[in-house]
Design a protein around this ligand. Structure first.
Ligand code: FES
Length: 175
């Protein structure tokens, strides 16, 4: 390599490094703005007992359900027919390691995707034994999204991370 080419390479190297230093704050600001945008607030004030709504978030659909008192009471005592009643092998935040798989017993949030092959499950709000049913290969889940022992799906429905901003406002958090 001759001297002229060597100098050109050195100048190019400094230019690229300088550009990187200049661009870094802008890239960082963009990334943090993006990260903030991925949280999503859900108003549950319009949900009465037994009602649910669907929320689309990060390309997936979720159920937000206000359980009836009857279902909340049933969940506290029944877990016989379930594959993973204590959700040891299921995807969920730490706060969901209880029979309700939620922060508050009366409000349940879960992704709709069946844990077998991803079809969207349907809610069965009037049944105590089956909370969700998959139309593809008939996996059943209890009202906490816990999969029944005889289902082809192996895991409970996935619960997203979230927190309460106020009594009726829930913030979904990207985990
Ligand atoms: S995708 Fe739900 S049971 Fe197969």
């Amino acid at each position: 390599m001759n001297r002229r080419l060597l100098l050109t390479r050195i100048v190019q190297g400094f230019t690229i490094t300088g550009f990187g230093f200049l661009a870094y704050p802008f890239i960082r600001a963009f990334v943090s703005t993006f990260a903030e945008d991925v949280s999503f607030d859900i108003d549950i004030s319009d949900l009465s007992q037994g009602e649910s709504k669907t929320i689309s978030w990060l390309g997936r659909n979720l159920y937000v359900i206000r359980r009836s008192t009857e279902i909340t009471e049933m969940l506290a005592v029944s877990n016989e027919a379930l594959k993973d009643p204590f959700s040891k092998d299921s995807k969920q935040p730490d706060f969901a390691h209880n029979v309700y798989r939620s922060i508050r017993p009366d409000i349940f949030i879960a992704y709709k995707n069946c844990t077998h092959l991803g079809c969207e499950v349907s809610s069965r709000p009037n049944r105590l034994d089956v909370g969700f049913e998959c139309p593809c290969h008939s996996s059943h889940f209890d009202p906490s999204g816990r999969v029944h022992r005889d289902a082809v799906a192996l895991f409970n429905l996935e619960v997203p991370d979230y927190q309460y901003i106020s009594r009726n406002l829930i913030r979904l958090i990207r985990s």
